[in-house]
Design a protein around this ligand. Structure first.
Ligand code: 0RA
Length: 682
């Protein structure tokens, strides 16, 4: 067919189409996306904007999973449009029998048509919202699809979801593939500036999760990263992912990897113990990071506990008189990635990131059971290291349990047992209360005087609190400042440090008749209950200097490791004490930094302006502290949010852990922005 004939055919198809009732519902569908974009992509802010990209890339990943695509090239163009090119089979261009339109046009313009065009019927990826590429099209000022197949280059252009050209042949080609280019619509999105970091994070994750796919990312936008190209390609997939997660830790053995399938479900596991006490298990279902865990995680945990106990008994490391290892024991120092690919994933939970398919629990349990048992039997040296790690953990658990009993007893005593130096508020409704955690006794004194005692409590903390990153839980709980903090907040603590939120897991996977040997039937320390939080806002108040920054980081580390839900649910804040006082006559104003100081001094414009620099909170009197940092009408406080638990975990390991070299590298690389990298004030 010539180009002219091809065009002719398309136009006829379009004309017929304009009277077609189906076409009307089509338009309605895409209009609905534009009317309520948040329903389809979550939000019209930064997250939603980046979600468009996730949606498009997922199509190429599906093609890769179907076995036809090996390379994906992503380009951020100077005008803020984006393109994603893959070398798959290319979108089908033949005429769809019911719609009378080329397949690619149907997929691009009909809401939810994507599924019918799923590559090879094995559509496993799909963004959180899984709305398909037509939703991206609807929310783009323009979009251009190019298809390379059958020797032709086809192209079609759309505006706000509607085709504005027919599918045209524009050239010849020897290769196959699809290129999608789109410009997010400024009528829909608050702004269309992309963050390179988000692309890097997702593409690297996809490259780990889909071994052998080469992903290339280029930034053409003017600015610091202009011209940068990065390549993500991991021959060993999630094994490399685990190595990456452990790269700043000291691993005890080579990564253990296995990959097995049952019916239509593929299970891939990579794990490696390191000499730390943290548990870091990342789970994925169809390439989606299931941060809330679910059936695959439960199946894995149960099998891990059973296999390690069985092996420990058989090898005689676990003696007759010893009780079984608990789930926590066998996960101490474990880094693992679990990736399952299944046909009909059900995502549940608050953020739709919990895998609900109950049949997956048994499948993963059985695959891990087989795979791990075989591995341990074939690798006795590694097996011994793993069992000994669990043994140390079990011994420490005993000590920790005693320590936690202490804390539990303390918090059970309610007010009577509240720490002596806590100046509590009179209000009893936690939703109205806040607590200031104040560095140093002298600032604590001013804060106690400057507060509104009806709803503001003050807990002075002496000097630097313990670095919990370097301590095991029982040592952490020996520390007086930490005990005061726990009792004052009233929630108890989560038992460990998993990125998956330790408070949420409950099973301990005992597989064979041995009891776990502590009388209360509860082996763990997860006494955490956010419902018992005594103050809705927990505000960290420390000096604006380096020492203060260190104290903030220590406290954030503690919250991240032992009270993560408080961070996730937005209860943690950072006070912003001013650095300067500017006085003109009887008027006082305050500035948080040099810039603001200069602006204020200029705007006052008088000659008798006096500027005073506060060296620390301790220099402010009670009234000054109230007016600048504590009075809700006048203060600013920054809410701490957890953007990315994987990255935060990594950064805390680097900043607060044992290894000096990565810390130095990190600090050199982020000298100016250390404070913002993982915690975003808002
Ligand atoms: C449906 C069927 C076929 C390929 C695709 C969809 C496909 C879609 C996208 C979207 C981006 N990249 C893509 N690559 C492929 C297979 C058609 C055939 O049998 O050749």
């Amino acid at each position: 067919m010539s180009l002219e004939e091809e065009k002719q055919g398309q136009e006829t198809a379009l004309e017929e189409q304009s009277y077609n009732a189906e076409q009307i519902t089509v338009l309605k569908g895409l209009e609905a996306v534009r009317m309520r974009p948040a329903m389809y992509i979550g939000s019209t802010g930064t997250k939603g904007l980046h979600h468009l990209f996730v949606e498009v890339v997922d199509n190429s990943i599906d093609e890769a999973l179907a076995g036809y695509c090996t390379a994906i090239t992503v380009t951020l163009h100077a005008d803020n449009s984006i393109s994603v090119l893959d070398n798959g089979r290319g979108f089908p261009v033949d005429i769809h029998p019911e719609m009378g339109l080329p397949g690619v046009q149907v997929a691009m313009t009909v809401l939810h048509a994507g599924g019918k065009f799923g590559a090879g019927g094995y559509k496993v990826s799909g963004g959180l919202h899984g709305v398909g590429v037509s939703a991206v099209n609807a929310l783009s000022a323009w979009m251009v699809t190019e298809v390379y197949r059958d020797g032709h280059i086809y192209r079609q252009r759309y505006e706000r979801g509607e085709a504005v050209t027919s599918l045209e042949i524009v050239g010849k080609t020897k290769v196959t593939g699809t290129r999608q280019t789109w410009m997010a619509d400024r009528e829909i999105f608050e702004q269309i500036e992309y963050h390179l970091d988000i692309f890097v994070q997702r593409l690297r994750e996809l490259a780990y999760l889909n071994k052998g796919i080469k992903i290339i990312l280029t930034d053409e936008r003017p600015g610091e990263t202009q011209g940068q190209t990065q390549e993500f390609y991991y021959k060993t997939g999630i094994s490399a992912f685990v190595e990456h997660l452990n790269r700043n830790k000291d691993p005890l053995h080579k990564v253990v990897y296995f990959d097995r399938s049952r019916e239509d479900t593929q299970v891939e596991i990579a794990l490696q113990y390191n000499d730390s006490y943290q548990e870091n298990i990342l789970t994925f279902a169809n390439n989606i990071h299931t941060t809330e865990g679910g059936a695959h995680l439960s199946g894995f945990k149960t099998a891990l506990t059973r296999v390690i106990n069985n092996y420990g008994r058989k090898a005689g490391i676990l003696k007759e008189k010893d009780s079984n290892f608990t789930g926590d024991d066998v996960r101490e120092g474990l880094t693992a990635v679990i990736s399952v690919k299944l046909l009909h994933p059900q995502f549940e939970g608050q953020t739709k990131t919990k895998l609900g398919n109950s049949e997956i629990e048994g499948i993963v349990n059985s695959i891990v059971g087989e795979g791990l048992t075989e591995f341990l039997e074939e690798n006795p040296t590694t097996a011994r290291k793993i069992i000994e790690k669990s043994l140390t953990a079990a011994r420490a658990r005993e000590a920790a349990r005693r320590a936690s009993e202490l804390v539990k007893r303390q918090s059970a005593l309610e007010n009577a047992a509240l720490p002596g130096k806590l100046a509590d508020c009179t209000e009893r409704d936690p939703s109205k209360c806040e607590i200031y955690l104040v560095e140093g006794d002298s600032a604590g004194g001013s804060a106690k005087q400057g507060r509104d005692r009806r709803f503001q409590a003050v807990l002075p903390l002496r000097g630097k609190i313990l670095n919990v990153e370097k301590k095991r839980i029982d040592q952490a709980l020996d520390n007086q400042e930490i005990k005061s903090l726990i009792t004052a907040l009233g929630t108890g603590i989560t038992k460990s440090a998993s990125s998956e939120g330790a408070a949420r897991d409950s099973e301990n996977g005992n597989g064979n008749g041995h009891s776990n040997g502590n009388g209360n039937g509860k082996d763990d320390l997860s006494t955490f209950d956010v419902g018992k939080l005594r103050y809705d806002r927990v505000i960290i108040m420390a000096d604006a200097d380096v020492d203060g920054q260190h104290i903030r980081t220590l406290l954030l580390t503690f919250f991240f490791r032992y009270m993560r839900p408080l961070v996730e649910e937005g209860h943690i804040y950072i006070a912003q004490p001013p650095l300067f006082q500017i006085r003109s006559g009887k008027q006082y104003t305050y500035a948080k930094d040099e810039d603001e100081r200069d602006r204020l001094v200029k705007s006052i414009g008088r000659r008798d302006v006096l500027v005073r620099r506060f060296k620390g909170l301790g220099e402010m009197n009670a009234e000054e502290l109230r007016d600048t940092t504590m009075d809700p009408q006048q203060r600013t406080i920054a809410q701490v949010s957890l953007e990315d638990a994987v990255e935060a975990d990594e950064i805390f390991t680097i900043l607060m852990g044992d290894k000096v070299e990565p810390r130095r590298n990190f600090i050199e690389a982020h000298a100016k922005e250390v404070a913002d990298v993982d915690w975003h004030g808002s």
